[in-house]
Each structure stands twice: as structure tokens, then as C-alpha cells.
Design a protein around this ligand. Structure first.
Ligand code: TPP
Ligand code: MG
Length: 322
């Protein structure tokens, strides 16, 4: 019998239980034979959820202001970015491009820059007010991230899809050569996997046992012109990565903060075992704004004034607007 996970929150722990059926809210859930504690406390979970809600506001407000940008993938990857930067990365507070003796992250699907910029700013990399300059001429926050503007947190130019895995595995291999035991994380779109360079990188990373690399796929089943199934089916991604020699795991609820945090921590525990690690992270494009969800329509389209108001109402201010 398959498992469903239930996250039960008490005062100090988020507890993951499995097995037994219990009616809770409107859905049947399984409670378990065992439970395991995670390090996330209830106040911390609430704090991170508030953080994610504010990030969603930032995404909507950035793209609305300049009537351009990519809200769909950004909203779908909000939990991933919040989990990574607030809970998972062992990173230095002051940005250092060399990234020595710290975990580093590369965004390969650079079009989802609004979520990246928001989380970087709210994690202290640069002033939150700078989000006001998104996509403006001479801004450090270009539509697709680049390095020459010198924005703290940005390690590669991305936007031209397919390149980030090659960069990430190179950095990971350099860490190994330098006896730096920290990890390299990367994020890729599922449509991005249609780029041939991804599979060259996948073959190399496994062949050279780059086992300090965790590549996450934003598996939202959507891309710019439609569903991935309609545009160019991806087939069995797990089987594909496994056949290339990767250790593959899934995050079934990529828009649940506890699930993403647990998943990233599990991925971390799988490193150092001779294989690069791939996470297939199931997300909903446009998550958190009801009329943007489950469709490619908002891949690269900004909301109008009225749509912005609806989106903001669904994501109330928590940390303060910039
Ligand atoms: C090399 C390259 N080809 C085409 C594009 C145009 N493009 C931008 S985003 C995108 C869709 C990518 O799909 P996915 O990675 O699934 O991103 P999502 O739509 O889910 O955000 C395409 C084709 C690009 N940026 N780079
Ligand atoms: Mg996609």
C-alpha cells in the first residue's frame, strides 16, 4: 500500500507520520507505524510560510510594474527558494563569488528571476527596495540574471536554457578537487530538459561520480507554449536520469514547505555516495494565485491592475512590501 504523508504540528515539532486512515479536514490521510521528527518547529514553519507569501507578492508586483516577466514558474518555485535559502544552504552571509567552503546554488532556468531576486533580497543579499528596479535599464535586476551587474547572489548568467547543469557540475568537481566538502545545488525547468546540453552534463556528472551535486527539476509539466506533453513529451524522467547513473528522488508536494525542506535534506543525505542526485520536484505553475494555477498561460505574462489586486488579496502582506 502506498503512503501519504501527514504533517502534524505540535508546539515544537513537525511530525511526519505514516499509515492508518484518519479523516482530517476534508481529506483522508494515513497515519503511521512510526514517526520521525524534523528540525522545523511550528513557529519556524509559520515564519517561513509568511516569508513565502511575501515572496509571492514581490513576484506579482515586480512583473506588474514593468508589464513583463515570468510569474508562473516563479510562483511554482517559491517554496523551493525559501526552503533552500532559509533552511538548507550552508552559506556565508556576505556574498563571495568564489563560493569556497560554502554551499552554492545555480539557477539554470533564469527566466524565473522574480522569485530568485525576491528571496535573495529578503535573505539579506541586497536591499529589498531594489526589487523596484526589476527589468529597468541599468538595473542590477535584469529580466534574466547576469553577473556583470554584480548583483550579490548571482553566480551565472542564465536564461539561455540548458547551460546551468554544466556550470554546476564544473563547480562541484572543482570543490572535490579542492577538498571542499560543501555541496552544489542547481534548479532546472522541465521544459529545459529538452535541451541536449542537459544530457551531456548528466552523462558527465554520473560518469565522473560528481556526487556533491543536487540538481532539482521544477517538474510542473508546463512550458512556454503549452504542456510538456503537448510540446515535446519528456517520457519517464526518473528512468532517464537513473539510466544516466543518477540517484533520483521525488518531492511529491513541491508547494509544501515542510515537504520541500524534508526533500532537500534527504537529497543532502544521499550525496557522497558516488552518484549525483536528481530531485524531481512536482510543482504547480502559478501556485498561490488561483487564476494562474495549472496553466502555461502565465509562463511569461504580467497581470493587469485588476489581476494584481486579486493576486495580492490572495497573498496578504506579511513582511512588508518594498
Ligand atoms: C536555449 C533557449 N531556447 C529557448 C528559450 C525560450 N524559452 C524561455 S522559457 C522556455 C520554456 C521553458 O520551459 P520550462 O523550463 O518548463 O519553464 P517553465 O515554463 O515551467 O517556467 C523557453 C522555450 C530559451 N530561453 N533558451
Ligand atoms: Mg516547466
Amino acid at each position: 500500500m502506498g503512503f501519504l504523508k501527514l504533517y502534524v504540528i505540535n508546539n515544537s515539532f513537525l511530525i511526519k507520520r505514516k499509515q492508518y486512515i484518519l479523516p482530517l479536514y476534508s481529506k483522508p490521510v494515513f497515519l503511521g507505524f512510526y514517526y520521525q521528527e524534523t528540525s522545523i518547529t511550528m513557529p519556524k514553519t509559520k515564519q517561513l510560510e509568511d516569508f513565502a507569501t511575501q515572496v509571492r507578492r514581490d513576484i506579482l508586483r515586480q512583473v506588474h510594474k514593468v508589464n513583463s516577466g515570468h510569474p508562473g514558474g516563479s510562483l511554482g518555485c517559491t517554496e523551493f527558494f525559501v526552503a533552500l535559502f532559509q533552511e538548507v544552504l550552508d552559506r556565508k552571509d556576505d556574498f563571495d563569488m568564489n563560493g569556497i567552503n560554502e554551499d552554492i546554488f545555480f539557477l539554470s532556468n533564469g527566466h524565473i528571476s522574480p522569485v530568485y531576486y525576491s528571496v535573495l533580497a529578503r535573505s539579506g543579499y541586497f536591499p529589498v527596495e531594489e526589487l523596484n528596479t526589476f527589468r529597468l535599464i541599468n538595473s542590477r535586476l535584469q529580466g534574466h540574471p547576469t553577473t556583470h551587474e554584480g548583483l550579490p547572489g548571482i553566480r551565472i548568467a542564465s536564461g539561455s536554457l540548458g547551460q546551468g547543469m554544466s556550470v554546476a557540475l564544473g563547480a562541484a568537481q572543482a570543490k572535490k578537487l579542492n577538498n571542499d566538502t560543501h555541496l552544489v545545488y542547481s534548479l532546472h525547468g522541465d521544459g529545459e530538459l529538452q535541451e541536449g546540453q542537459i544530457w551531456e552534463a548528466a552523462m558527465y556528472a554520473a560518469g565522473k561520480k560528481v556526487d556533491n551535486l543536487i540538481a532539482t527539476i521544477d517538474y510542473n509539466k508546463q512550458q512556454i507554449d503549452g504542456s510538456t506533453d503537448d510540446v515535446l513529451p519528456l517520457g519517464d524522467l526518473r528512468a532517464k536520469f537513473e539510466s544516466f547513473g543518477w540517484d533520483v528522488m521525488e518531492i511529491k508536494e513541491g508547494n509544501s514547505l515542510p515537504a520541500v525542506i524534508d526533500g532537500l535534506k534527504e537529497a543532502k543525505s544521499r550525496t557522497g555516495k558516488g552518484k549525483p542526485v536528481c530531485i524531481l520536484m512536482h510543482t504547480v505553475m502559478g501556485h498561490g494565485v488561483d487564476f494562474m494555477m495549472h496553466t502555461h498561460a502565465w509562463h511569461g505574462k504580467a497581470p493587469n491592475d485588476e489581476q494584481l489586486e486579486i493576486g495580492l488579496t490572495q497573498n496578504p502582506e506579511t513582511l512588508g512590501d518594498y
